[in-house]
Design a protein around this ligand. Structure first.
Ligand SMILES: [Zn+2]
Length: 265
């Protein structure tokens, strides 16, 4: 692959007005924060590693925020220096292990939770340790925490591209209604379980009233309803983070991204 040296400049995105160039979108994907000695899916980072990773962002003049805050800032042409931080599945360890570290750095984040598995476990993963998920009260407390966004991961963690229309509607629309009732707030975001998305699923999410959706590597579907994210794991030391950060800048040629609050109207 040949990439001109100044590609990052030409792939910078612009807002809908076309006036304000902002840095390429960078959204980090985490899951569980805790003991990672038994972690076959590599979804866990230790609190100490998370602290060093956030310290690295801070040293580079970057600040972690929720995806809703990131997109709203970019829509105003103010996204430079902001990084989206996302935590999938809604593990109970977020409150105990991730939140204190986020607070230390003054960072925000989005937590994608499963309102169909309140107080349950990650039963969809056949291997590895069972990890408890947030309860209804736990989610409510996080929703009331400054800088945190509670968003949907569907109801029960199914691959939405394989769901029939009835199940898709329940997972996407039903989870939004349940979470709004639970938190008393509008739910702007959804994260596709397993990162899998196709056009039908993305259209369903938009029609259900969401303002954005997160994928992992959505290819041609990339946009407000299929935001790419970068997996960050326990092995990501400073130099690996730098590599991922630079690779992301080279790869992201994302479409203009709308303000999620406006999309949801
Ligand atoms: Zn998940």
């Amino acid at each position: 692959m040949t990439v001109p040296a100044d590609t990052t400049a030409t792939t910078d995105t612009v807002t809908r007005t076309g006036k304000h160039p902002v840095a390429p979108l960078w959204v980090a994907m985490y899951h569980s924060v805790g003991d990672c000695s038994d972690d076959p899916y590599r979804i866990t980072v230790s609190p100490d590693r998370l602290d060093r990773q956030l310290s690295w962002l801070h040293r580079r003049g970057l600040r972690g925020v929720s995806v809703a805050d990131l997109l709203a800032a970019r829509a105003r042409g103010e996204g430079r220096g902001l990084v989206g931080l996302t935590f999938d599945d809604g593990y109970a360890d977020f409150a105990d292990n991730a939140l204190p570290v986020l607070r230390r750095w003054g960072f925000g984040a989005t937590v994608f939770v499963l309102p169909g598995r309140l107080g349950g476990t990650n039963e969809w993963d056949p291997l590895g340790p069972r990890k408890p998920l947030l309860t209804a009260d736990g989610i409510r407390r996080l929703a009331d925490t400054e800088g945190l966004e509670i968003a949907s991961h569907g109801l029960t963690h199914v691959d939405l591209t394989r769901a029939d229309d009835a199940l898709l509607g329940a997972e996407v629309g039903g989870s939004r209604v349940l979470l709004s009732e639970l938190t008393g707030r509008e739910v702007l975001g959804l994260c596709y379980p397993y990162g899998t998305v196709d056009q039908r699923v993305a259209d369903t999410v938009r029609a259900a009233g969401y303002g954005y959706a997160c994928a992992i590597d959505p290819g041609p579907l990339t946009g407000t309803f299929a935001l790419p994210r970068v997996h960050i794991g326990e092995n990501d030391t400073s130099w690996r983070l730098l590599l991922k950060y630079r690779l992301n800048r080279l790869r992201r040629r994302s479409a203009p991204l709308a303000d999620p609050a406006e999309e949801a109207r």
